[in-house]
Every structure is written in C-alpha cells, then in structure tokens.
Design a binder for this molecule. Sequence first.
Ligand code: FES
Ligand code: FE2
Length: 406
Amino acid sequence: MSETKVAQTNSKKRQSERTLPATFYRSKDLYEESLDSIFARSWQLVGRFNEGESFNLGLKPGMMESVTLLPGSLNEPLLLTRTQSVIALVDQNKQKNSKSKPDGNLQPEPQFNLTCLSNVCTHRGALLLETGKEEAIPPQGLRCRYHGRRFNCDGTFQSAPGFENVDNFPEEADHLKKIEIHNWGPFTFASLNPACSFEEFIEPMRERLAFLDLDKLVYKPELSCEYDIEAHWALYVDNYLEGLHIPFVHPSLSAVLDLKNYRTELFAMGNLQLGAANSKADTFDLPPQCPDFGQAMGAYYYYLFPNMMFNFYPWGLSLNIVAPTSHKTTKVYYRTFVLDPSRMQSYSPSDIKQTEMEDEDVVELVQKGIQSRVYKSGRYAPVWEQGVRQFHGLIAKFMDKNLALF
Ligand code: FES
Ligand SMILES: [Fe+2]
C-alpha cells in the first residue's frame, strides 16, 4: 500500500473511533481500578490543598511536613523533609554576575535537599507525622510514637525496640519508601509508581514556555477557590479538552478568542490548546526564539494527563487540579499565581467564575445523560476533539483495557 493510502486508511480508522462508553463514567469498579492503574502511576502535584492553605512548599531547612498526595482519592500520606546534607563549592564571582567568568574563588555553599518519603511506619503502619503538621526534624531522626521505631531523614531504618536478635532484620521493606519527586518552577511533583519519566511528562511544556520566569510566580490565595462538581472526573477533563463547545456554552469567552485559529497540539502525556487571541485580548510578549513568535497568543492551555491543567496568560497562571472524590463527584482546585502584576487588568475573576459555572453546568448535564440505557458512546469531531480522543486513548492504555467492550 502506498504511503498516501496508509495515511488515508489511518485517518478513516481514526474518524470511525468512538468516545469512551458511558459505562466507563458510571462504573464504581472501573473508578476504583483507575486509582491504581492511572492515578498512582501518574505525576501529581505535592502540597497542601485544604481551603485557604498554600500548596507552595515553603518548607524551611531542618523541617518536615506531612502532605497528602491527591486528597479525596489516592489520599497517600507522604512526608517531606528538608535537610542540609550537601555542601557544594560555588564560584562566588559567577554567582554575583552570571555574565562574568569564574575566577576560581570557590566557596562552600549549603544545599538544601527536599526528600519525599512514605509517612507510614514500616512496623504496623502508624502515621509518623499527623496529617497537615509541620515540625522540626528531631536531631536523632524520625521516631514513630507507637513503638519507638526510628528512621534517618532519608528514610533508612535506624533502630526498633523489641527487634533485637531478629533474623533477617532489617529488610528492604523496613526502610521508609522513598518517593520520586521533581521540581518545575515553584511546583513539586511526585509519583508513587511512575509510568513515564518526569522528563517525558514535563519537557514539552517546559521547553515551549522557557521564556517565562516561573520562579517569579506568586501564589494568590485570595484569588483561588474550589468547586465541588456532581460528575465523574473524566467528564470534567473531556469538556476542558475541546473547543467545540466554546461558542455554544461560553458566548463571552468566544468574543475574545480567535476560534478560526484554535488548534490542539498533542504530546506524549498531554496536549496544548492554543488560544490565539483576537484584537480585544491581551497577548504575550514572545521572544524571537519562541515557536509562536509573531502570533498574537492570548493563552496557553496545557493539559497534563490525567488531571492537571496549567493555563498561562500574560498576567500569570490559573492552575486547575481535577481531584476525583468518588466515581460520581469531583473537586476542582483553582489556584491562581500572578507573574506580571502590571498585566492584571486583563484578569477578571467574574469572567473566570462565569466560564467555570458554564462548564460545570454542562458537565453535570452530561453526568445525568450518561446514566441513560439508550446512549452508549459518540464520535469525535476530527479537528476540535483531538485532545479528547488522545485522553481516552491514554485512559485505555493505562487501564490496559479495550474499553469499548464495557
Ligand atoms: S507502628 Fe511504628 S513502631 Fe510500631
Ligand atoms: Fe468550557
């Protein structure tokens, strides 16, 4: 078969594909299964999510903090410790002026290591530090208050009263499990059992947005909020991933978007919806090396599988974390970070709230619709619903199932 024929056949095949079956969104069993097969294998933001609390980690050296990974579903108790364990030799001259040449004047500089551990004692499973607490790391290391087992700050086993002369002790499982973490700007991500490397997960977004100084993002608790939604988490994500509904559901948003130039770019673990702006919207000042240089970019809508949205605007970032709370309820955390206060005139909390309410409304409408015994699944609009199609493919891949059979 010629290359053109193969491409045409693939395109025909893609066009005949169907959306996830309604049973996927209804099934309590598939939801429970997805916690292990999708969420426990994904990268998730680490931090505190409770109302009014900042999840930005301002953990000081010598301190430890308990956090919950993906509250409401995974609920995994983790312990973060920040220690001063490495002394690096840093060129002082180079530090002061990044353009100057190193002069060989190397000075010791303390480095603070952030470590993420399981917060569950390896003896009988007590929490080492109660949920939401932040304390100084004791000089002798971590101590479980149930039977006094001790661990070093890196999680290695130290001692255990009552276990003297026990054979094969300690074993590997007696150390606290170390959880892989990585940083991007002010954000820390962790994964219990990563299905892909952090590089693969973050690189497309990191590279495209290299022109933004993310360390300058300032968290704004007063502009952040949560919404409880009566719908399956994946219905909320489905809705986010397509622009087809914008003119119908968000008339005022569509007035500032140039929907003719709407497009979605897919990468391994997510996608980017490009919000080309019309003349009424504020746009990014892009440097020549940026691939979008010369275009009026009003927003970058990044989706990272399975449940995170990083929406960048010229004024800053609106981060959405879609946290399942059951197979039919979801909590969406809206976290706002300002990057350039001088561009805040284009930030409108009432517009954002209106868009959110409109989305919530249609997502709950779908939640009701998919209870039907008549509706099974639908088809994808080729240009507009590429992101939804990719999302469904990733769900099927992670769950290792042909979901069409459900
Ligand atoms: S549960 Fe921690 S020492 Fe027993
Ligand atoms: Fe929407």
